[in-house]
Design a protein around this ligand. Sequence first.
Ligand code: HEC
Ligand code: HEC
Length: 80
Amino acid sequence: MKSTIGFVVFVLVVLGLLYSISGEKYPRVPDDAAHKGITDYALCMGCHGPGKQFPMKADHPPKYDCFECHKTKRIRDMMR
Ligand code: HEC
Ligand code: HEC
């Protein structure tokens, strides 16, 4: 009985880890005209910088490598 509970806990931990590395916790870059084909992060900041069209929240994580966290549909397709 004890080992059954241990196994269930183990499975839940593994599932949690898989979820945490799946990348789905970050909002995806929309697959629209504004975002298609952009690879230069300076362009991102033109719309997502402070005071711009769609600013990032002030508590946004460090803003260097956007695609490290925000996968585009395009990049996802390339990885298939
Ligand atoms: C021409 C202006 C423009 C540029 C350039 C731009 N964005 Fe956006 N972005 C928007 C707007 C407006 C929205 C919100 C409306 C929408 O869903 O399209 C948005 C939405 C997003 C979202 C989704 C936010 C959410 O809460 O779902 C992410 C992530 C994002 N952009 C990342 C980026 C990254 C990374 C780049 C550079 C590769 C970039 N954007 C370049 C205008 C822009
Ligand atoms: C370290 C991971 C990481 C990096 C790097 C990153 N982001 Fe984000 N971004 C997030 C997370 C997490 C959220 C969701 C924040 C929330 O919902 O509070 C987010 C949300 C956003 C949003 C939606 C508005 C908001 O602030 O919630 C936009 C737009 C965005 N990011 C754009 C960018 C751009 C542009 C870059 C590159 C300059 C970038 N991100 C780099 C993790 C990251």
